[in-house]
Design a protein around this ligand. Sequence first.
Ligand code: CA2
Length: 142
Amino acid sequence: MKISIINGPNLNMLGVREPEIYGTLSLADIEAQCLDQAKKLGIEMSFSQSNHEGEIVELIHAAHEASHDAIVINAAAFTHTSVAILDALKAVNLPIYEVHLSNVHARESFRHQSYISAIATGVICGLGVEGYLAAMRAIVLK
Ligand code: CA2
């Protein structure tokens, strides 16, 4: 089994600013914890981040082309704006798990809207890195 974990804009800044919202872990720390989890679960994992909408669309296509079994995505701000990412996720027809580090529902109202949730198998927010790990476990257990 192979899982593609895709991260959106500004998540490369984690651990540097706004630790009260996003915690103190860097994206490299999150990747290391996901890799550790993948080893424990006996699966393969790819982990990527982009600040560009079109690149995220291509990462979604690549997950399909490389025969990944599921996508875990934290599309960051594009969650709330991107029909292109929604269309790409629909096109690849893979199980989608939407993850957010923070509880988006306890924040500004524009973060309550997600283009991805309606087509996701599962949505996890507010659990920090544990959301990524829980999504990985859920994919394997399904
Ligand atoms: O809670 C999440 O994981 C989010 O997807 C993070 C996005 C935000 O736009 C979503 O509404 C919720 C923002 C990621 C930006 O990360 C930063 C990290 C450090 C400093 C500034 C931004």
